[in-house]
Structure formats: structure tokens, C-alpha cells
Design a protein around this ligand. Structure first.
Ligand SMILES: [Zn+2]
Length: 451
């Protein structure tokens, strides 16, 4: 035993010596001066990638300046070997690349003069054939990427606003159980069905249930279903419970910003879900430059939108719910709840009351009361979407049409010209505006009748 151990020890020592000697030359190389050997510019409609090809791994820092917009990159112990005057490109974001006074004697300062404010990402890439060490600068046109998302979402211009209704619990999971023996899962499904009826009866809205009967649906499957429905909102219905019978009242919950951020990170790791999450936008990104940063930015925007909308909807819900029930919490509550974690879909959770409170349990078991709750939730959702209908929906277009239906008279315009332009008769135009003559004056605002 001891002999073997001794031999192993000697072997280890030899390995260590070998490692030290082989590692040393690498260490020595990193002390020598680096150099930028070429610069490549890759423009696409919404972003531009600038690649610095370097002899060694770059040590760098960067910052942006505005008025005019610039991105400044400092490369330590590096010299520039590129003739920047002969660097031609047709990027809409990048004006030109130049050098400026370095921050240290041996460093090089590159300045990217930009045509507009961009989101910049700078990172180093290790050698992979056919390329060597690289410093990548991604300049992203945020307006453009936003336009891509919008475009993708508005394929159908008169679509319904889709509300995914999630009845909490189900099947072997009864949820909370009241002292009179009522199951939360039955109350939530009943309210969900009533809410669905109300929504489906409203022109321009459609409701979909994540569960339609008494069976269990996994917590993560619920937002996934909402996504499959292409929902504009996920509303999850629950009834609260507490260890003592006193607490009562409803509350509305949204995803906490902290959980939202960690969810975003989790989604970023699963690149196969990017395209699912971004709809068609992911394909467009792939066509131009299949890049992580752009996905990240789009996800960020998507998440921002979801969180903002969730909060607005929850406020609207509270305004309505407080008309029919006491509120346990008067403002939206933020929590880390699995059913709310879709980064792309505004999601709210409504606790309709405490099933552990005997009085509320009785109420929740009363069909008329559940109807009132469903009505309040419906009105809250409807009010929100009437105010801010998503692009491409019937409601958004109706708003748009209504807005178009007035006209401020400009110089040279006559009633007959306007009648022609709006495809209405002069008579109806006069009637709609109580005009007794054909005269209009500049600046007069006319209502344009629908026919
Ligand atoms: Zn519940």
C-alpha cells in the first residue's frame, strides 16, 4: 500500500512540473502587445455587428457618449493595424470608426461615430475557425426591433382580444377547503365559466379556459396554455385560505419584478423556447443575425410590457371588485407565483375571497355572488382593454376609426371635396354638423358621418 501511494505521489509531482512549464509560455504571451489586425462591419436592417479581429484575447472597456452619439472602446496594450480610412460599409447605425487619444500610452482608443442612439453590446469571442480572437460590438436599433415585434403581432388586423382564464387547482388538488367542506377548485371553475360566458358575449373578445373540468393542470402548463391561445391576458382565479377564520376579502396579485427578472434569465438559457416566446420575431432575428442580445432585448421589452399591463389590469380589477366585496388588500400585491411567470403574457391572479372565513365561504357557495364576482372581473378586464386595446385587435381599429372621424378644415377645402374624400354625401355631412349652408371656414372641425 505505502509503495503505491509513494509512486502516485511522484507521478503527481511530475504532472505538476509539466503543467507549470507548459502554462508558462501562455502567461508570457499575454504580456506582449496585442493588435487589431482587421475590422469587419456586418449591417442588417435592425442592427450592425462590428468585429475587431485581434492577435490575442482583448482586454477592453467601453462607454457611450451622446451629442453626437458615440461608442468609445479602449483596448489595453493594443496597437491598431487597420487603415480605418479604407473601412467601407453601409450600416445605417454606424457612421465611421476612428481612433482618438488613448487613455494610456500602450492602449488604443477606438471611437464609433453613430447615426443615432443605439443599444450596444460589447463582448470578446475566443478563436473558432476560421476566426481568431475577436471583440464583437453589436449596435442595435431599438426602434427597429420594436417594430419587428409589433409587425409580428398584428398579422390579423381585426382579431379578438384573447383572455385565458385559469381556474385554480382541480382534480386531485382541491385547493383550500372551507370549514363547511367547500373546495376551492369547484368555486374557481364556476367563476371561470361565468367569466368566460361574459367575455364570449362581448364582441371583440374571446375567452379560453386552461381547464374546462375537474382535473389537474400543472402550474407551468397554465401559462404555456395561455401562450398557445395567443392570450393577451392570463387571469387566474383562486379563493384564499388562512389558518384562522378571521381574514376576509379579495386581493389581486401580479408577478414581482424580482421573480420576473429571474424568469427572464431562465428563459434566456432555454434558447429553443425563444422562438416560441417571440412568435415570428425569432425567425426574423435568425434571418438577419441569430443573436442572443437581440433576443434578450426583445424579451426585456416583452417582459416590461407584460409587467406594466399586469399592474394596470390589476388596478382596474380592484376598482371593480371593491364594488362587490371587501378588499383584503387595496392595492395590487406582488408575489413569486408560478402561474404568473409567462414573460410575454400579462398575468394576474385574483383571490376572490377567503374560503376559510365562514361568511365568505357561504358567499362563494352562492351562485349569484359568484356571478357578481365574475361580472366585476369582466368589467375590470374590459375597461382596461377598451382604454388600451392591443394593436391589431378589432377594438384598436375601432378606436382608430373613431379618431379618424373628425376633420379640421384646411385652406382650399370645400364641403364637396371633403364629402368626396370621405365617401359621404354633402347632405349627410351637413346634417352631421348642423350646417345650414355649404360654407366652411379654415380650422373648423367637422364630424365625418359613417355614410
Ligand atoms: Zn388557490
Amino acid at each position: 500500500m505505502s509503495v503505491i501511494r509513494f509512486n502516485l505521489g511522484r507521478f503527481n509531482f511530475a504532472v505538476w512540473l509539466l503543467l507549470i512549464f507548459t502554462a508558462f509560455p501562455f502567461f508570457a504571451v499575454s504580456q506582449t502587445t496585442n493588435s487589431v489586425d482587421s475590422i469587419r462591419v456586418w449591417p442588417s436592417p435592425s442592427n450592425t455587428r462590428v468585429v475587431f479581429d485581434l492577435k490575442n484575447k482583448p482586454e477592453y472597456s467601453y462607454f457611450t457618449l451622446s451629442n453626437p452619439q458615440r461608442l468609445v472602446i479602449d483596448l489595453d496594450a493594443t496597437k491598431n493595424g487597420v487603415d480605418l480610412n479604407s473601412l467601407s460599409h453601409d450600416s445605417k447605425l454606424l457612421h465611421k470608426v476612428r481612433t482618438s487619444n488613448p487613455k494610456e500610452k500602450h492602449s488604443t482608443r477606438f471611437v464609433l461615430d453613430l447615426n443615432k442612439a443605439v443599444k450596444a453590446q460589447v463582448f470578446a469571442l475566443p478563436p473558432t475557425a476560421p476566426y481568431g480572437n475577436r471583440l464583437v460590438i453589436d449596435l442595435m436599433d431599438l426602434e427597429q426591433s420594436q417594430a419587428i415585434v409589433k409587425d409580428q403581432q398584428s398579422n390579423n388586423h381585426n382579431r379578438d382580444i384573447v383572455i385565458a382564464i385559469d381556474a385554480g387547482h382541480g382534480g386531485e388538488d382541491p385547493g383550500s377547503i372551507g370549514s363547511a367542506g367547500s373546495y376551492e377548485k369547484n368555486i374557481t371553475l364556476s367563476i371561470a365559466r361565468k367569466l368566460q360566458e361574459l367575455i364570449d358575449a362581448e364582441k371583440g373578445m374571446t375567452a379560453k379556459l386552461t381547464r374546462t373540468g375537474d382535473y389537474y393542470v400543472g402550474l407551468n402548463k397554465r401559462p404555456a396554455q395561455a401562450r398557445a391561445f395567443k392570450a393577451d391576458l392570463l387571469v387566474s382565479i383562486h379563493a384564499d385560505a388562512f389558518t384562522t377564520p378571521q381574514p376576509s376579502g379579495a386581493s389581486v396579485w401580479v408577478l414581482s419584478a424580482n421573480r420576473a427578472n429571474s424568469e427572464l434569465g431562465r428563459w434566456m438559457e432555454k434558447s429553443e423556447q425563444h422562438s416560441e416566446l417571440l412568435g415570428g420575431a425569432a425567425e426574423i432575428i435568425q434571418d438577419t443575425a441569430a443573436e442572443r442580445y437581440l433576443t434578450q432585448a426583445l424579451l426585456d421589452m416583452s417582459m416590461d410590457h407584460s409587467l406594466t399591463t399586469s399592474y394596470q389590469v390589476s388596478r382596474s380589477l380592484i376598482r371593480e371588485l371593491r364594488q362587490v366585496t371587501k378588499m383584503h388588500k387595496k392595492s395590487p400585491q406582488a408575489a413569486s407565483l408560478a402561474v404568473l411567470t409567462a414573460p410575454d403574457i400579462p398575468s394576474v391572479l385574483v383571490e376572490t375571497g377567503f374560503i376559510s372565513n365562514p361568511e365568505e365561504e357561504k358567499n362563494l357557495n352562492w351562485s349569484k355572488y359568484r356571478e357578481k364576482l365574475a361580472n366585476a372581473i369582466f368589467t375590470g378586464i374590459k375597461t382596461h382593454f377598451k382604454d388600451t386595446p392591443p394593436d391589431g385587435t378589432l377594438w384598436a381599429n375601432q378606436r382608430h376609426d373613431n379618431r379618424k372621424r373628425t376633420h379640421r378644415v384646411e385652406s382650399g377645402e370645400s364641403l364637396s371635396l371633403l364629402a368626396q374624400r370621405y365617401n359621404v354625401s354633402v347632405t349627410s355631412l351637413k346634417r352631421a354638423n348642423n350646417l345650414s349652408s355649404d360654407m366652411v371656414r379654415i380650422g373648423q372641425v367637422l364630424t365625418i358621418p359613417s355614410s
